[in-house]
Design a protein around this ligand. Structure first.
Ligand SMILES: O=C(O)CCC(=O)C(=O)O
Ligand SMILES: [Fe+2]
Length: 293
């Protein structure tokens, strides 16, 4: 099964089908859907419009972002005034994402913790990246230095392109079908090397067996050219003004084109899902027939 795109009309419109209640949205999301909000408002001010006319990025990193309570701006370019305005824009987007969770996914409100917020001004395929960093290849997200453990990765994206250019994605097959093909190929987990990586501060916390499996899945997927070409998949376009939300640790995705996007990452404890059994953590454990270490 290919990940479905579930379009969610604005609250208060008559178009709301059965899936538009908040329980229905959580159910779709946890089942591996991408929720698409076609018409939420997030206007840019006259001053901010410059941020979609040219990239305000130092070009060293892929994106510009703010992180943590201090919301320190990283990777930005421009005058002090422009950088302050870009930081304020990212903080406003973070509040917008938080509000979206509070109103449309209230079961997760107070449970998610917000991580980085990014501004992505560059054309997706503009840069030649190593295969591991090449997000045009279908993958699930896994962060090498940032073990995720018993948390889920929930992401809120918005296309802010001013010229009508869509963000183009591919979405792939469901996590379970993918895992069945790839799990037998992955190397075994070593608790000893996980402790070593943490002691050497290569990882920020101990890499769990789940983290190990997800990193190797991410790499094995991206390296498999035949899978990339032939696996079940669908092209999706997110037009300017659209906002979309997905568990990017569960939904196979690749970014194929587009520029100027905002993105918020949030973490949700597996235990706070409506149904923890649908997490990649539990799906992998079931496929292996044992609890993960
Ligand atoms: O930039 C995008 O549209 C998504 C890229 C991606 O796969 C990611 O950030 O994990
Ligand atoms: Fe990704």
């Amino acid at each position: 099964m290919i990940s479905p795109i579930v379009s969610v009309p604005k609250v208060g419109t008559s178009a709301g089908g059965p899936a538009s209640g908040t329980a229905g949205l959580v159910d779709a999301l946890e089942g591996g859907a991408v929720l698409l909000f076609p018409d939420l408002d997030f206007p840019l001010s006259a001053f901010e419009r410059r941020f979609v006319e040219r990239p305000f990025a130092d070009g060293k990193a892929k994106n510009v972002n703010i992180r943590g309570e201090a919301a320190t701006l990283k990777g930005a370019a421009g005058t002090a005034e422009e950088q302050a305005a870009l930081r304020a824009l990212l903080m406003r987007y973070r509040a917008f994402a938080e509000d979206l969770i509070r109103t449309r996914l209230p079961a997760y409100a107070g449970k998610v913790s917000l991580a980085g917020t990014s501004y992505r001004p560059f054309e997706v395929d503009q840069r030649k990246l190593s295969w591991r960093r090449d997000d045009t290849r279908l993958h699930v997200d896994a962060f090498p230095s940032n073990p995720i453990g018993e948390k889920r990765i929930l992401r809120i994206f918005r296309n802010i392109n001013p010229d009508g250019q869509p963000r183009r994605w591919r979405v792939g097959e469901d996590f379970g079908s993918m895992a069945e093909k790839f799990l037998p190929r992955l190397p075994g987990y070593s608790p000893l090397s996980a402790r070593l990586l943490a002691a050497l501060r290569i990882t920020k916390a101990r890499r769990s067996e789940y983290d190990h499996l997800m990193l190797h899945l991410h790499d094995a997927l991206k390296q498999d050219k035949a899978y990339q070409a032939q696996a079940p998949q669908a092209d999706v376009e997110f037009t300017p003004g659209q906002t979309w939300v997905t568990f990017s640790d569960l939904v196979m995705h690749g970014a194929m084109g587009g520029r100027y996007m905002l993105e918020q990452t949030a973490y949700l404890p597996v235990a706070d899902q409506a149904d923890p059994e649908r997490s990649p953590q539990r799906i992998l454990a079931r496929k292996l027939g044992r609890a993960l270490q």
